[in-house]
Design a protein. Structure first.
Length: 263
């Protein structure tokens, strides 16, 4: 295994296990104390949007133009659309099942224990499936560009925190056991390293190098969809749009400055 593959797998694992952090936060914070997550989610979206257009797609271009000098732009365009389509199909067939009312108002008398437990388990399953392509995205980015991989891993880790909260709160309310809640939250993030292993397997056994560029374009499409469909709506739920904007602009400026310093 190439050295950078091991580090890429580690980054993906840590990003996935950030759901456990969310599971722990669920027991010590109330909604009024979660506004920092609004900034964090906006920051994550800003990072993912910026690196998708400024880093991942240019990296895809560099890989594709060698083998397709006359058609690489259309191939990248197609890959981007495929990535968005993959994310849409996952959303269509396996909805998130994250009910903000259940997450933000776990003590509401209208939610019985059985329903809460079911909500937590289904949320964990949904997040497990949704995190799978994120794991591939993080691995592909980190295996080709470690700085880019760290940025992607950080952004995904931040947005995995509220997903852990969404799993842990209903499970805890239903069972009264913190360890079960944290366990389910942690398991929901383990699909990311599984996705990373699949990405490594595909690259090594099936995909020629030129196809990695197409996959990178798909990754950019997936990340853009996640940013606008999941991160930004959740950021608004946890705080307000002004806090979200602070996070978005901070994430963009942070990554821009990082690219300038590394360049």
């Amino acid at each position: 295994m190439p050295e950078n593959y091991g580090v890429a797998l580690l980054i993906t694992l840590l990003a996935g296990l950030a759901t456990a952090i969310g599971g722990a936060i669920a027991f010590v914070c109330k909604k009024d104390n979660l506004q920092a997550l609004s900034v964090g989610l906006g920051f994550s979206a800003g990072v993912m949007i910026f690196i998708s257009f400024m880093d991942i797609l240019p990296e895809s271009k560099n890989l594709m133009m060698i083998n397709f000098p006359n058609k690489y732009e259309w191939i990248i365009y197609l890959g981007f659309i495929i990535g968005i389509a993959i994310a849409i199909l996952i959303d269509y067939f396996i909805p998130d099942h994250i009910d903000e009312e259940e997450v933000l108002h776990p003590d509401d008398i209208h939610y019985q224990k059985k329903r809460m437990k079911r909500a937590g388990i289904f949320t964990a399953i949904a997040i497990f499936v949704h995190n799978f392509p994120e794991g591939m995205a993080t691995f592909l980015a980190a295996s080709h560009n470690m700085t880019l991989g760290l940025s992607v891993g950080l952004a995904i880790a931040i947005h995995n925190i509220p997903e852990g909260i969404a799993v842990a709160m209903p499970v805890y309310q239903a069972t009264g056991k913190k360890r079960y809640a944290v366990l389910y939250a942690s398991l929901s993030g383990l699909s990311e390293p599984i996705g990373a292993f699949l990405g490594m397997f595909l690259i090594n056994l099936f995909l020629p190098q030129m196809m990695v560029g197409l996959l990178m374009a798909c990754v950019a499409g997936i990340m853009i969809y996640i940013s606008f469909d999941t991160l930004l709506p959740l950021a608004k739920e946890f705080g307000d749009w002004h806090l979200s904007m602070v996070g978005i602009v901070s994430g963009i400026l942070f990554m821009w400055a990082g690219l300038l310093l590394l360049g």
